[in-house]
Design a binder for this molecule. Structure first.
Ligand SMILES: *Cc1c(COP(=O)(O)O)cnc(C)c1O
Length: 716
C-alpha cells in the first residue's frame, strides 16, 4: 500500500474515483477542494494498493481517497472543513481488514509526517454511501476515536418521501396568496446576492450569535466559479424585495440546502415553505435526496427541535452528521491492526524492533539529526550540553558527563576515583558474577581487581550478605548492576555497608534508565553511576553513547577532563586521559527520546505484569514483581526454564524471537580465563536457564497474550 498526498496533477484521477466509487457524494469534487485548499493547508491523501514509490503508482491501483484539511495552529486534521466533505472513500471491493489497514496508514501518516496531534473525522452519512458499511468507524474506534459531536440533518428521499404535512402545504399556499414568488439569482446579480446575504447575516446573528462560514465576497466568488453546483434561490414579495432565501450545493445525487434564512415578512407568510416545497417537488425531484442540513442552535451546541419538526414536515427523515475525535498516539495507532494480522496468521514478534521503535519518533528524530548535522559543530557542543542538562534534571543529580559508551562511563568513574582516592593497582571492586561482561572489563581496564559475588535468584542482583563475605583490606568499591532494569532489593543495605566500610558505591545503570527506589532514580543512589545509551537500551541512541552521573563535583570534573584526553584547556593535558565523547548527533537523538522514557517504561511494566499474571507453566520460573513497581523498568523480561533450548526453539517456530542474557557467564569466558574466583553455582544456573521474552515500548497486549498462550501450552 502506498500513500501519497494530493497534488493538482492528480485532480483527474481523484474526480474519476469519486464518480466511480459512488460514495461520498458531497463536494469532494476536487474543484471545490482546491478552492478551499487556499484557506486551509490541504492534506487530502490518495491510497494506492501497490507498494511502490510515487513515480510508479498507476491510477488503476487507487483503492481509497481521504479528503482532509489541516489546521496548523491546532495541529489537527479535519476530514471535513469548510465546504469539503469528509470520510474515507474506498473501492466497494475493499474488505474490513483493508479498511483498518488503510485508516491506520492514513492516521500514522498524519501523526508522523505532519506532526498532527489529533484528527476530527466526519464520516459520510450512510445514505450517501453506496457501500453502507461503517468500517471506517470501526477502524476509528480501534484508534481510540470518540464521538465528539452529533448533529441531526433532515433528508428527503425523493423516491420515498414521507407525506408532506398539511401545515406546510397551507403555509406555502399562504405565501402564494400573499404574492410571493421564487427566483434564482445568477452570480451576475451581485446586488440581490448582497441583499440576501445581509438578511442571512442578521438572522444568524440574532439566533446564533454567529456569522456565515463564507463572507459575501467568498460566496460571490464561489458562485462565479461553480455556477452549475452552487445556486441561490430567493423568495420576493410584490415589491421585489427579498424575504427569504437558501443556497443549494448540488451534486449528482444530492441537493444540499444550506444557509436558509427568512426576514420577518417571509417568516410570517410562509416564504420558506413555498421555496422548500418547490425544491423537493419540482426542481430537485430527479435527485435522490434533498438534504435540508443540520438543525442546531447556539453555535451547534443544541439541537433546534422546532427546526427539525419544520423540516420533517416536508417529508424528510433524520440523518446523523457526526464528528469523531481521535488523538493521534503512535502506540495506539500501531495496535490498531494487530488483531487483524494475528487473525490472518502472520505472527512475527521480534525481540526488539528498533527500526519501528525509532520510526515512532519521526519526524522529530530526523529533524534533530539534521539540526545537529547542519550546525557545523560535531562534538562537545550545544546538543551535548542541552542533553546533559535534561538528563541530570530528569534524574535529579548535579552532574551528567556524556562519554563514548557505557563501558567507558564505568572505566572513567573507576579511573577517576582511583586517582582522587589514591587507590592502588589491583585494589578490589565487588561485582555480581552474572553481569554483562562490560562491567568486569571496566574494572580490569582501570587496573583494579573484580571480585565476583553471587547474585540473588530473586532479583538477579547482589545483596549485602554476599558482599560482606567478599570484603578484604583491599576492597575499595561495590559495583552494583541493575541487571534487567531492576534495582537490587538490598540497595539500602548496600549503601549502609559501603558507608560502614568506607567504600564507594557505584551503579552500573546501563539497563535501568528511569528505574526508581525511594523517589531516587537509578544512577543517583550510589556515589556515581554509568549509563549506556546503546541503541537497544531503554533510552537508546542511534549509535554509541554513554554517561557518567554523580553529585560529586570533583569526580565529575575529573571524569570530564579524563574523557577529553585529560585536558580541560585545549592542548593543555593535565591527566593521561582517553578519548571518550558523544557525537552531537547522538545527543540530539537522545533529547528527542528522553521525554517519552517514562511512558515507554510504563508500557514495559504493563507487559511484564501481563506476563506474570498470565504465564502458568510449572516448567517456567517467572521474575518476582518488585515491592514497588517503580524499582524495575524491565529492560529485559527474564524467565528461567530448565529446558531453555527446547523452549526457545518452540517459540521460534511460532514466530516469537527470544534472546539469552547471557549464554556464557563472564567467569567462563576465555577472555577472563585469568580471573580468580570462587565457586559461582547460582551465577552458573542463571546462565544455563535464563531466557528473555520480547518486551518493548511498541509490543501490543495482543502480542503479549499470544506469547502467554504459547508459553502455557509448552510441554517438554
Ligand atoms: C550495555 C551494558 C554495558 C555497556 O554499555 P555499552 O554502551 O555497550 O558500552 C555495561 N553494563 C551493562 C549491564 C550493560 O547492559
Amino acid at each position: 500500500m502506498t500513500i501519497l498526498p494530493y497534488s493538482i496533477n492528480k485532480r483527474e484521477a481523484w474526480n474519476r474515483f469519486v464518480q466511480e466509487s459512488k460514495q461520498g457524494t458531497f463536494l469532494i469534487d476536487r474543484n471545490f477542494m482546491d478552492y478551499h485548499a487556499d484557506h486551509f493547508f490541504d492534506c487530502s491523501l490518495l491510497v494506492y494498493g501497490d507498494d511502490v514509490d510515487e513515480s510508479d503508482v498507476t491510477d488503476d491501483s487507487l483503492i481509497a481517497l481521504f479528503p482532509a484539511n489541516w489546521r496548523e495552529e491546532e495541529k489537527t486534521v479535519y476530514s471535513h472543513q469548510g465546504l469539503t466533505y469528509g470520510g474515507l472513500i474506498t473501492k466497494s471491493s475493499i474488505t474490513q481488514t483493508e479498511v483498518m489497514q488503510i485508516m491506520q496508514k492514513i492516521l500514522m501518516y498524519y501523526e508522523g509526517y505532519l506532526g498532527a496531534k489529533a484528527m476530527v473525522y466526519k464520516p459520510i452519512p450512510y445514505i450517501y454511501s453506496r457501500v453502507p458499511a461503517q468500517e471506517d468507524l470501526y477502524a476509528l474506534f480501534r484508534a481510540g476515536g470518540q464521538l465528539e459531536n452529533r448533529s441531526v440533518a433532515t433528508v428527503v428521499s425523493t423516491a420515498h418521501p414521507l407525506n408532506m404535512r398539511t401545515l406546510r402545504i397551507r403555509q406555502a399556499k399562504k405565501a402564494l396568496e400573499h404574492g410571493f414568488y421564487i427566483e434564482r439569482i445568477k452570480d451576475a446579480d451581485s446586488q440581490s446576492l448582497a441583499e440576501y446575504w445581509s438578511i442571512l447575516e442578521s438572522v444568524l446573528m440574532e439566533y446564533h450569535q454567529a456569522k456565515p462560514v463564507h463572507t459575501l465576497e467568498e460566496i460571490a466568488l464561489l458562485m462565479h466559479r461553480f455556477p452549475k453546483q452552487i445556486k441561490l434561490f430567493v423568495v420576493r414579495n410584490t415589491d421585489r424585495q427579498i424575504v427569504s432565501g437558501i443556497v443549494v450545493f448540488e451534486t449528482d445525487l444530492v441537493a444540499h440546502v444550506q444557509y436558509i434564512a427568512s426576514a420577518a415578512e417571509g417568516r410570517k407568510y410562509g416564504a420558506l415553505d413555498l421555496l422548500l416545497r418547490h425544491l423537493c417537488n419540482e426542481k430537485y425531484k430527479d435527485k435522490d435526496y434533498v438534504d435540508f442540513g443540520t438543525s442546531t442552535e447556539n453555535g451547534g451546541h443544541f439541537l433546534n427541535e422546532g427546526l427539525i419538526f419544520q423540516k420533517e414536515g416536508f417529508g424528510g427523515r433524520a440523518v446523523c452528521y457526526d464528528a469523531y475525535r481521535v488523538e493521534l498516539k503512535r502506540n495506539r495507532l500501531q495496535k490498531m491492526t494487530s488483531m487483524a494480522s494475528n487473525a490472518e496468521g502472520t505472527k512475527a514478534i521480534k525481540f526488539l524492533d528498533l527500526k519501528t521503535i525509532n520510526e515512532t519518533y519521526e519526524p522529530e528524530l530526523s529533524n534533530s539529526i539534521l539540526r545537529a548535522m547542519h550546525s557545523g559543530w560535531y562534538l562537545l557542543g550545544e546538543e551535548n550540553k542541552a542533553f546533559e542538562q535534561e538528563w541530570s534534571n530528569y534524574l535529579g543529580v548535579s552532574h551528567a558527563v556524556l562519554c563514548g559508551n557505557g563501558l567507558e562511563a564505568l572505566v572513567l568513574i573507576l579511573r577517576a576515583y582511583k586517582l582522587l582516592k589514591g587507590w592502588a593497582d589491583g585494589d578490589e571492586v565487588i561485582v555480581p558474577g552474572n553481569t554483562y561482561i562490560a562491567t568486569i572489563l571496566a574494572i580490569r581496564e582501570a587496573g583494579l581487581t573484580p571480585v565476583l559475588v553471587e547474585p540473588s535468584l530473586n532479583d538477579y542482583n547482589i545483596h549485602a550478605d554476599e558482599c560482606k563475605k567478599a570484603l578484604t583490606q583491599r576492597t575499595r568499591a561495590i559495583l552494583a548492576v541493575h541487571l534487567y532494569g531492576r534495582i537490587s532489593s538490598d540497595i539500602g543495605e548496600l549503601q549502609q555497608l559501603s558507608a560502614d566500610n568506607n567504600l564507594i558505591l557505584i551503579e552500573d545503570a546501563a539497563q535501568a534508565h528511569g528505574a526508581m527506589w525511594q523517589s531516587r532514580r537509578a544512577g543517583t543512589i550510589g556515589n556515581a553511576a554509568g549509563f549506556s545509551f546503546y541503541p537497544g537500551k531503554n533510552l537508546g541512541a542511534m549509535g554509541d553513547a554513554g554517561c557518567v552521573v554523580t553529585d560529586d563535583t570533583e569526580l565529575a570534573n575529573t571524569v570530564r577532563t579524563m574523557a577529553n584526553y585529560g585536558s580541560s584547556i585545549k592542548y593543555v593535558n593535565e591527566l593521561e586521559g582517553i578519548n571518550s565523547r558523544t557525537d552531537e548527533v547522538q545527543a540530539a537523538v537522545l533529547r528527542v527520546k528522553l521525554p517519552r522514557l517514562d511512558q515507554d517504561n510504563a508500557h514495559r511494566r504493563e507487559i511484564a505484569q501481563a506476563y506474570i499474571r498470565g504465564i502458568k507453566n510449572p516448567m517456567i520460573v517467572l521474575p518476582a514483581w518488585p515491592e514497588d513497581e517503580e524499582e524495575c523498568v524491565w529492560h529485559v523480561f527474564p524467565i528461567r526454564c530448565p529446558e531453555r533450548e527446547a523452549l526457545q526453539a518452540y517459540l521460534r517456530e511460532a514466530g516469537v524471537q527470544t534472546l539469552i542474557h547471557y549464554p556464557i557467564a563472564p567467569h567462563k569466558q576465555q577472555a577472563l580465563s585469568a580471573l580468580e574466583h570462587g565457586p559461582l553455582p547460582i551465577t552458573q544456573r542463571i546462565h544455563n536457564e535464563e531466557l528473555s521474552l520480547p518486551i518493548s515500548p511498541i509490543m501490543t497486549m495482543e502480542e503479549t497474550e499470544y506469547v502467554i498462550r504459547l508459553l502455557n501450552k509448552f510441554v517438554k
